[in-house]
Design a protein around this ligand. Structure first.
Ligand code: ADP
Ligand code: GN1
Ligand code: MG
Length: 365
């Protein structure tokens, strides 16, 4: 068996674990944190927990991040307990010193949760799955709509500010420290042509046409856990970026990750396009829980947000590729360029079907 990168058995000793350590393996395919599934044994029965190393190069202030986490989970648990919400919140396991984090002597920050037994998907295969995932993200936004002051900390400032993402891309392109720009010339031209769309949502927010709300900001399919039997979405994970933002950032990510049943780095681009039945299921699922609080302007920009957030992520993959792959975890050379190509292909596909998608949303909304 491949040796794990971290000594998770040693780290787990610093948490209030329920029994004797019996094994560990990596969990999921997140691009940012290091996530492990740990097994403990109590009365000869296995118990599963998640141990996660927070990527502190990405999340520079893990302490204030975990303060968000605790406030969000307290709020969601109150709703879950009172009304039996369909959204079962994560449960943190405290460290031995009662804190939600353990800071090791190598500078790493660790946290732990109960493992949610169920299933998660990296790519969408069925309409009922994406319907349920979209509906639970609408529910998540709804449950957080009366979140009390003070404002949550911004764990990554300007996370979905596409204009700022564009500026960052331009700077990295100009410097071209890895001499990779010539290998991505088509993608760079593609991005430059679409610069005008970058400021649309932030512009509407500045003009107070779209309100700031608490949103997930990383509403991708593999951040949802489903019940194995019912195939209903039960839990949303990856709360690191839950902070003030626009609900359209989440809807955009739903469109990005759930309308095309291929990998995020699929190299055969002829397979990459928006599937209308999946889009319809997402729009219906999301509106089933979000319809009540969305404004007209938000509804009118749902399809646009799919295009923008897909474009933004393509741009972020491209920027990371040009910079030498320092942000997103890669498993092979050029993976970030492939990821960028795939996102840009999806953008094109949305552009081609934008009118039909808009009509569809109107008919559902
Ligand atoms: P990253 O920021 O790296 O994406 P996540 O918090 O999303 O980290 O965790 C990575 C993956 O691990 C998730 O996509 C999910 O599949 C799985 N996962 C995380 N937390 C849990 C949990 N409490 N129960 C079950 N699976 C989990
Ligand atoms: C990252 O952490 P993960 O893998 O769920 C990224 C998202 C991207 C996504 C693309 C903090 O999400 O913004 O949309 O990869 N998270 C962060 O798959 O940058
Ligand atoms: Mg994740």
């Amino acid at each position: 068996m491949k040796k794990l990168e971290h000594n998770v058995k040693e780290v787990s000793r610093h948490f209030q674990m329920p029994g004797k350590f019996a094994g560990a393996k990596r969990l999921g395919h997140g691009h940012i944190n290091d996530t492990y599934l740990l097994t403990f044994e109590r009365n000869k029965k296995p118990l599963h927990l998640v141990l996660q190393r927070i990527n502190h190069h990405v999340f520079k202030d893990p302490v204030s991040l975990m303060s968000n986490f605790e406030r969000i989970l307290t709020h969601l648990h109150a709703i879950w307990n009172e009304s039996g919400s369909v959204l079962k919140p994560l449960e943190l396991i405290p460290a031995r010193n009662e804190k939600p984090l353990y800071h090791d002597n190598k500078g790493n920050y660790w946290r732990s949760y109960l493992f949610i037994s169920g299933t998660s998907y990296d790519k969408p295969d069925k309409q009922n799955i994406v319907h349920s995932a979209a509906s639970i993200f609408g529910k998540f936004q709804c449950d957080l709509s009366d979140f009390p002051a003070p404002r949550l900390n911004e764990t990554i400032p300007d996370f979905h500010n596409t204009e700022k993402r564009f500026e960052a891309f331009e700077k990295v392109f100009e410097r071209d420290i890895k001499n990779r720009a010539m290998l991505a010339s088509k993608e760079i031209v593609f991005a430059m042509k679409r610069k005008p769309i970058a400021g649309v949502l932030t512009g509407l927010q500045k003009k107070k046409k779209i309100p700031e709300r608490i949103v997930h900001n990383d509403a991708k399919l593999n951040n949802v856990i489903f019940d194995r039997q019912t195939a209903h979405a039960t839990t949303i994970v990856d709360l690191d970026t839950v902070m003030p933002g626009l609900v359209l950032y989440d809807f955009g990510d739903l469109v990005r990750t759930m309308t095309c049943p291929e990998d995020e780095d699929e190299r055969n681009l002829s397979k990459v396009s928006i599937q209308m039945p999946l889009f319809k299921a997402i729009a219906e699922g999301y509106l089933s829980t979000a319809r009540g609080f969305l404004t007209k302007c938000e509804r009118e920009h749902m399809v646009f947000s799919g295009k923008l957030i897909t474009f933004e992520l393509g741009l972020r993959f491209l920027t990371d590729y040009l910079e030498g792959d320092t942000y997103f975890r890669i498993h092979r050379p050029d993976q970030n360029l492939d990821r960028c190509r795939c996102q840009f292909k999806l953008v094109e596909s949305i552009e081609e079907q934008e009118e039909a998608m808009t009509k569809l949303v109107k008919s559902i909304a």
